[in-house]
Design a protein around this ligand. Structure first.
Ligand code: PMP
Length: 362
């Protein structure tokens, strides 16, 4: 039996994407082997690979000005690759510190060059909000500005992005890529590990402006770590994670079948409304540490009156088939990850449980 899966990532995948993989596991498209057993240079895999790229372009409206790449190494490799490629000696990059992963990205940049904190919302060792535009001090001569669009651990999310003028905006969208449609043309580079909204772990989507990749890249970087290498080779320079890309293709087909990102975005708004609505109604029991305007629609965090009650909440939810609710070990509490494959019905089931739990334990 399938559970209701609120895992923070790797996370729930659409059943239709898994079913297709199951059905094709031993015999992919009548070829007598699984997709994993195909050459990455063969026409069968290449069709899957190119379909995944085309679906991403179509769903997000990615303009011709940007490359779409599939890399490995997760968000962590991007923390390093971005400054390795785009932070030359003598320049500095601006980093917006809004959570744990933003800090890790900044610290990695410092291993490579000069980086500047353009905003920092850490207070008492916690992050509970996104900075206001007026708090962000950008350096007009920065090599780029880096931000984390959704803070997976702290449950905050940018709902509008700073205007960085001519300075390229780089965003780690690992935990909210594809949560709704947005204007890709505003970004110099976007990266996202697949394991939350896009597919299984093992593949990282990178969308990058062609003129940055082809013109502005540093040359003192090993070939495998240059974006241009992967862009030039359609992400087939080295053997790509073929099964992860195949699964991503299946997930993207599901997104399209749902009605694309407009429909997905609407569903996510509705899920957030239902969940935050319950928290607001029962605010003395479900305490929200995050400021309202900064609330994440992908990772919803809250505290209960005691840690003992939080443990009981997780255990009782599990008895009702709902898993993945324990907050990150750095912050404790409860975290409900409501990525695309988590349905409105799943969220309503949880909210029903939250109401009765508060009643019997409040
Ligand atoms: N960025 C964000 C926003 C994340 O949530 C995570 C992981 N949860 C990472 C980066 C790190 O990703 P990876 O483990 O794929 O390197």
């Amino acid at each position: 039996m399938r559970v209701v899966n609120f895992n923070p990532g790797p996370a729930a995948l659409p059943v239709s994407a898994l079913e297709r993989a199951r059905d094709e596991m031993l015999d992919f498209m009548g070829t007598g082997m699984s997709v994993m057993e195909h050459s990455h240079r063969g026409k069968e895999f290449e069709a899957v690979h190119n379909e995944a790229i085309a679906l991403l372009r179509e769903l997000l409206g990615i303009p011709d000005s940007h490359y779409v790449m599939f890399l490995q190494g997760g968000g962590h490799l991007q923390f390093a690759m971005v400054p390795m490629n785009f932070l030359p000696a003598g320049k500095s990059a601006d980093y917006l510190l809004t959570g744990h992963w933003a800090k890790v990205a900044y610290e990695e940049a410092l291993n490579i060059g000069k980086a500047n904190v353009a905003a920092n919302t850490e207070q008492d060792k916690r992050f509970v909000r996104i900075p206001k535009a007026s708090e962000i001090k950008l350096d007009p001569s920065a090599a780029y500005v880096h931000l984390t669009s959704n803070n997976t651990i702290y449950g905050t999310q940018f709902h509008s992005f700073p205007d960085t003028g001519k300075v390229p905006l780089v965003a780690d969208m690992s935990s909210d890529f594809l949560w709704k449609k947005f204007d890709v043309s505003k970004f110099g580079l976007i990266y996202a590990g697949a394991q939350k909204n896009i597919g299984p772990s093992g593949v990282t989507v990178v969308v990058a402006r062609k003129d940055l990749v082809d013109g502005g890249e540093r040359k003192d970087v090993p070939k495998i770590l240059r974006y241009s290498t992967h862009a030039k080779n359609n992400s087939l320079y080295n053997t790509p994670p073929t099964f992860a890309i195949y699964m991503m293709r299946n997930v993207l087909q599901w997104v399209k079948a749902q009605g694309g990102l407009d429909a997905i975005g609407k569903a996510n708004d509705e899920k957030g409304k239902v969940l935050y609505g319950c928290m607001d109604k029962l605010a003395s029991f479900y305490r929200a540490p995050v400021e309202k305007e900064s609330r994440s629609y992908m990772n919803v965090v809250f505290r209960l009156p005691s840690e003992a009650l939080e443990e009981k909440f997780v255990a009782e939810a599990k008895k009702q088939n709902m898993v993945g609710l324990k907050g990150h070990r750095m912050v404790g509490g409860i975290r409900v990850s409501t990525y695309n494959a988590v349905s409105l019905d799943n969220v309503k089931q949880l909210v029903g449980f939250m109401e009765s739990f508060a009643k019997s334990n409040g």
